[in-house]
Design a protein around this ligand. Structure first.
Ligand SMILES: Cc1cc2nc3c(=O)[nH]c(=O)nc-3n(C[C@H](O)[C@H](O)[C@H](O)COP(=O)(O)O)c2cc1C
Ligand code: SF4
Length: 429
């Protein structure tokens, strides 16, 4: 757990006015990491760059927490095929809104990270897939891409090295499933965002059947920090086995919702009460969804001594996810909340797999019945049974993402659900 966080100076989104402009970014050592690599290709061979990032253990910020360098090392040796990096800025999970800040305030840090990743994996083309509703931030980002082309960091013969890397932006059209990595690849190919069965994994057969790596925007923004300062330095920030800076998106019933950058491993209670200004109206904390709505909710009494890193949250019974923290006060109606979450997943299911297509629909239907005062106690066990029928049986993790909140919210707030059922019309009958 991080204790000395009050002296932390942000690294991903430092407080520098106009950092989104390339000349300001360059004045503050921007593109230094990328230049360093290009100027010293022997010291910074493609393998060495990958190994340094792997040693730093940048855990994927898109939700799964996978070591970025290790993922890069899965790319096959270059052959005659084109190679791609697909950057995931779809950011559609409720409670998650942190990549937006990178597009707005420090887009070049991400571009530099993506360039370093492209160099390490011998990638020819980078696609950046951005949530369509982020159109204002897309415009800022596209200007940054234009500037990077003008300065010779992107395009043909980058800074006279003979290396060519292109970057294209594209936008989603409001579908959460297009953030799932293979759904995103389909969407990039111009098709409906249907996730693909794996294997084959994208490193072997990704965009148009060619080697492809998918990384989240924030994950890639961490890369220049590692190259500039080294893996050991990066490892010294944050918690054991979960390092580096994290953009915590804090929403819900707090006085100061927003995106806050601090090291991984922040005490949950400090984030809620210090950083986000405490609970609105001096109310009591009831629960926390720690990392986007797919991560299991924790009761307030489960949060003592818990920190925002994978190990601590796993021990507490949840997950880090995207670090999109939804804070819930004493007045929160957990039945209502769970129905709302389930409605989202049902609406967003792409429909390819029966357990997800039907399961999300039935979860929503039964929860609506309980919410409307027509539920029975046996419906709670029916819901729990349905979650076991859905989990791990589908093409992608959306079904799991829908099942977990149901299981954990019912188990952790069973009294509240039972109470609602006892008051229902059926209980009276
Ligand atoms: C339904 C669903 C939606 C997802 N949405 C996003 C998203 O919007 N952004 C994102 O980075 N990852 C999202 N992911 C995770 C991606 O599939 C993938 O793991 C991630 O982009 C990999 O990047 P990382 O290793 O750098 O975290 C989603 C996963 C699922 C199952
Ligand atoms: S799990 Fe759901 S969202 Fe994922 S592929 Fe299957 S039906 Fe589509």
């Amino acid at each position: 757990m991080v204790e000395d966080w009050k002296s932390y100076e942000p690294l991903i989104i430092p407080d520098i006015p106009n950092l989104h402009r390339i000349e300001v970014y360059e004045e503050h050592d921007g593109y230094r990491a990328f230049r360093r690599i290009l100027d010293n290709p022997e010291e910074w061979s493609r393998t060495n760059v990958t190994n340094e990032v792997k040693a730093a253990n940048i855990r994927g910020r898109g939700g799964a927490g996978f070591n970025a360098g290790l993922k890069w090392s899965f790319m096959p040796q270059p052959d005659e095929r084109p190679r791609y990096l697909a950057c995931n800025g779809d950011e559609s999970e409720p409670g998650t809104f942190k990549d937006r800040n990178i597009f707005e305030f420090n887009p070049h840090l991400f571009i530099e990270g993506a360039l370093i990743a492209a160099y390490a994996m011998s990638v020819d083309v980078i696609y950046v897939y951005i949530r369509g509703e982020y159109i204002d931030w897309v415009r800022i980002f596209e200007k940054a891409v234009e500037e990077a082309y003008e300065k010779g960091y992107l395009g043909e013969d980058i800074l006279g090295t003979g290396i060519d890397i292109e970057m294209y932006t594209t936008y989603g059209a409001g579908a959460y499933i297009c953030g799932e990595e293979t759904g995103m690849l389909e969407s990039l190919e111009g098709k409906r965002g249907y996730p693909r069965i794996k294997p084959p994994f994208p490193a072997q057969k990704g965009l148009w059947g060619n080697p492809t790596t998918i990384n989240n925007i924030e994950t890639l923004a961490n890369v220049p920090l590692v190259i500039n300062n080294g893996a050991d330095w990066y490892q010294s920030i944050g918690a054991e086995d979960h390092n580096g800076p994290v953009l915590y998106g804090i929403s819900g019933h707090v006085n100061k919702p927003g995106v806050y950058e601090y090291p991984a491993g922040m005490p949950v209670e400090d984030l809620i009460y210090d950083v986000a200004g405490g609970i609105r109206g001096n109310k009591e904390l009831k629960a926390l969804i720690p990392g986007g709505t797919s991560t299991p909710v924790l009761r307030a009494d489960q949060l003592e001594g818990v920190s925002m890193d994978s190990n601590s949250l796993r021990d507490a019974g949840s997950m880090m996810g995207t670090a999109g923290m939804v804070v819930l006060d004493e007045d929160t109606d957990m039945v209502d909340l769970l129905w709302r979450i389930t409605h989202f997943f049902h609406h967003e299911s792409c429909g390819q797999c029966t357990p997800c297509r039907e399961g999300t629909g039935w979860l929503e239907k039964v929860l609506l019945k309980i919410k409307n005062g027509e539920g029975e106690i046996k419906d709670l066990d029916l819901l729990l049974d349905m979650t076991t029928q859905m989990e791990g049986r589908t093409i992608c993790a959306l079904a799991d993402a829908a099942a977990w909140p149901v299981r954990h919210t019912i188990n952790r707030f069973r009294d509240e659900f039972e109470e609602r059922c006892k008051k229902s019309v059926h209980a009276v009958a």
